[in-house]
Design a protein around this ligand. Structure first.
Ligand SMILES: Cc1ncc(COP(=O)(O)O)c(C=O)c1O
Length: 373
């Protein structure tokens, strides 16, 4: 009897090029944060985003922290974030002592609803963090318009969206700053890692200063402020350099997997990776939306059933506004203060195996279990 191979939601796609660069960095002895791969990774990542500056850091969460600090966000300020996102988006706001304000999502694609953002604006709004959720860009134009002339900084959370495009422009170059994550399940990975991207030389210099103990660039071991050690290592950057050389291949392989799911679930009532006409999303994870109105208990039962068939899956992110640290935060939807779409998507969404080696598994193994055929 043959046992079906376990199908994980995600795993890194690492090959001989990653091994070669990593060994090169290792053998050079430059294994901390000084080394040629860090600079090379920063340059090629800035190029990928069509931006001037990229600053490599130790993970995506501290990239958010640094972007907020560089924007001068602190106690007494509010930052508008989507209610449906990974927790780091809101946690970073708290790390700098500010208050998150949660807004509803657009239907299906789940990104921040610009109409809700307009309703959330207040005298204390200092920044807005649109998240390019599951690789789908947020609708940036109306958000940028709202921020303009009000002294509000827009920080793109592009942690999940390396190479995605909004109306033809690569994400990461649209806001005042943007950040990316290179966690092991991302399209580009360095194990752990992050990047802050900007076109503004003053912001880039500020982030570089803060991430390296706030050391005066012209005077060694002189620290005019309290800083951080949020540096990326040369070993991580070596992997990143190889991954970025392979980004076209890595993205195409993931897209092929999403396309296989689309065929397998066509006409089933399950929506696979919905997108808007103005977006060129990247297929970070396979996103399956169960029929509208599906309760989270039903979705969670399906996750258990899939697991019993050797198929990994994970629920959509939980609604942050109901979690203990964030219950008291302000919120805004299209009407009243309701977060209808974010709540519905959080209940009916799940991510299915998205590993690049999948072939006929979506049709042969996954769809039959999920659709109980
Ligand atoms: C939307 C979003 N923002 C921020 C982060 C934080 O990145 P990291 O895990 O590298 O700290 C993630 C993480 O995976 C994310 O999905």
């Amino acid at each position: 009897m043959t046992v079906d191979r376990f199908l994980p939601v995600a795993e890194p796609d690492l090959g001989p090029l990653e091994e070669q660069y990593l060994l090169d960095a290792f053998r050079s002895g430059w294994i901390s944060s000084i080394g040629s791969y860090v600079e090379r990774f920063e340059q090629s990542f800035a190029e990928l985003c069509g931006a001037r500056y990229a600053v490599a850091v130790s993970n995506g969460t501290v990239a958010l922290d640094l972007a907020l600090l560089a924007a001068g966000v602190g106690p007494g300020d509010e930052v508008i974030v989507p209610a449906l996102t990974f927790v780091a988006t809101a946690a970073a706001v708290r790390h700098v002592g500010a208050e998150p304000v949660f807004v509803d999502s657009e239907p299906e694609i789940g990104t921040m609803d610009p109409v809700a953002v307009a309703r959330a604006l207040g005298p204390r709004t200092k920044a807005i963090i649109p998240v390019h959720l599951y690789g789908h860009p947020a609708d940036m134009d109306p958000i940028l318009l709202l921020a303009r002339g009000r002294g509000i900084t827009v920080i793109e959370d592009a942690a999940e969206a390396h190479g995605a495009k909004y109306k033809g422009t690569t994400v990461g170059s649209l806001g005042d700053m943007s950040m990316f994550s290179f966690y092991g399940n991302k399209i580009l990975t360095t194990g752990e890692g992050g990047m802050v991207v900007t076109n503004d030389s003053t912001l880039a210099a500020r982030i570089r200063f803060l991430k390296d103990h706030a050391m005066d660039p012209t005077r060694r071991y002189w620290h005019p402020e309290v800083g951080y050690n949020y540096r990326m290592t040369n070993l991580q950057a070596a992997i990143g350099c190889a991954q970025i050389e392979r980004i076209v291949e890595l993205t195409a392989r993931r897209q092929e997997v999403v396309d296989r799911y689309r065929v397998a679930f066509a006409g089933s009532g399950v929506t696979i990776n919905p997108f808007r006409s103005w977006a060129t999303p990247v297929p970070w994870l396979v996103c399956a939306l169960l029929p509208d109105g599906t309760a989270h208990e039903t979705r969670d039962d399906l996750i258990v059933t899939l697991k019993s068939h050797g198929i990994d899956s994970r629920p959509y992110f939980g609604l942050l506004s109901v979690m203990p640290p964030y219950r008291e935060c302000r919120r805004a939807g299209r009407d009243n203060a309701e977060l209808h779409h974010a709540a519905a998507l959080s209940s009916r969404g799940l991510n299915l195996p998205s590993v690049t080696w999948l072939r006929d598994e979506p049709a042969v193994r996954i769809a039959p279990v999920l659709l109980d055929r």
